[in-house]
Design a protein around this ligand. Structure first.
Ligand SMILES: Cc1cc2nc3c(=O)[nH]c(=O)nc-3n(C[C@H](O)[C@H](O)[C@H](O)COP(=O)(O)OP(=O)(O)OC[C@H]3O[C@@H](n4cnc5c(N)ncnc54)[C@H](O)[C@@H]3O)c2cc1C
Length: 266
């Protein structure tokens, strides 16, 4: 296939996979990968949550709020109370988990008609606080391809190497403490949804084909144009160098607009 300009825009893992699988004599490490950076700096968001069933709303007439949820956002606030001993923060999205699903039925003991009535009684009180926190972008976290494992089209599959950093753990513990503190001021039944480690990436994965000024440490310039291959652009979440607690899509779209202007000049 020949093209004057090629624009890759297929999320975060696939662009790295595509470039790494596009090896040639001219690009032995993969297309646009003279820096060896393609696939590296995989990151995203860590996420955890609490479910609360508010006493004063229990037993009210139930209504299906699915589809009308997630309109409340608590912006980052951890920097307002002194400098934390970790970098970054989190924001909280309210009620984005399915409102109608009886999540509490998994958490409470019981069976039979009485149990069902109790679950129904609680349901209108459902409140969900989900935090999305910054994850450090590190060279050590990367996507590569496995030449010995292929998908249905015979193309090597992506393989992930990822560990949360000490900073990520410190931020996660602080976010969880804060979620519990907020919940402790409410009257109701509280179910923390935390595991032993942060859950990630909340479908907000970014990195892997990062932009930067230095072609030795980055793949793309600030217009998402490959340093090595001037008619190749990568304009999805993979171009991120770092991310805050903010959701990624508006930034991806802003990058896209900037890149469109550059394309217009070519
Ligand atoms: C349930 C859910 C909720 C989310 N909520 C939010 C939110 O509230 N706010 C927010 O900012 N972000 C949210 N996100 C994340 C957001 O969807 C992504 O960050 C964003 O869509 C990424 O944009 P993109 O252009 O990089 O990739 P995508 O939107 O994933 O687009 C990539 C496209 O490339 C196609 N593709 C993939 N591989 C190939 C291939 N090999 N060849 C050809 N085509 C290919 C895919 O089919 C897809 O159409 C959410 C994600 C999920 C899953």
């Amino acid at each position: 296939m020949k093209a004057r300009i090629v624009v890759v825009c297929c999320a975060t893992v696939e662009p790295a996979r595509l470039l790494l699988n596009s090896r040639s004599a001219q690009h032995p490490n993969g297309l646009a990968n003279s820096s060896g950076t393609v696939g590296r700096y995989l990151h995203g968001h860590l996420a955890d949550s609490v479910s609360i069933y508010l006493d004063e709303l229990e037993g009210m007439k139930p209504s299906n709020q699915d589809g009308g949820t997630d309109h409340i956002y608590i912006p980052r606030y951890n920097h307002l109370f002194g400098k934390p001993d970790y970098a970054g923060g989190w924001g909280i999205q309210v009620n984005f988990a399915s409102y109608m699903f009886p999540h509490q039925a998994y958490r409470l003991r019981g069976y039979g008609a009485g149990f069902k009535a109790h679950i129904r009684q609680m349901q209108p009180g459902y409140l969900f606080l989900g935090c999305f926190g910054k994850v450090t972008a590190s060279e050590r976290n990367y996507v590569t391809v496995d030449p010995n494992q292929h998908d249905a089209y015979g193309i090597p599959v992506p393989v992930f190497h990822f560990r949360f950093s000490d900073n990520d753990y410190a931020l996660w513990r602080s976010a969880n403490r804060s979620l519990l503190e907020i919940a402790s001021h409410l009257r109701g039944t509280v179910f923390p949804n935390f595991g032993r480690a942060p859950s990630g990436f909340a479908s907000h994965e970014v990195g892997t084909v990062r932009m930067g000024r230095n072609p030795k440490t980055s793949v793309l310039n600030s217009f998402c144009q490959a340093h090595d291959v001037k008619n190749l652009f990568v304009t999805d979440g993979s171009a991120f160098t770092t991310s805050s607690e903010k959701n990624p899509t508006l930034t991806i779209m802003a990058d896209y607009i900037k890149r469109q202007r550059k394309l217009g000049e070519l």
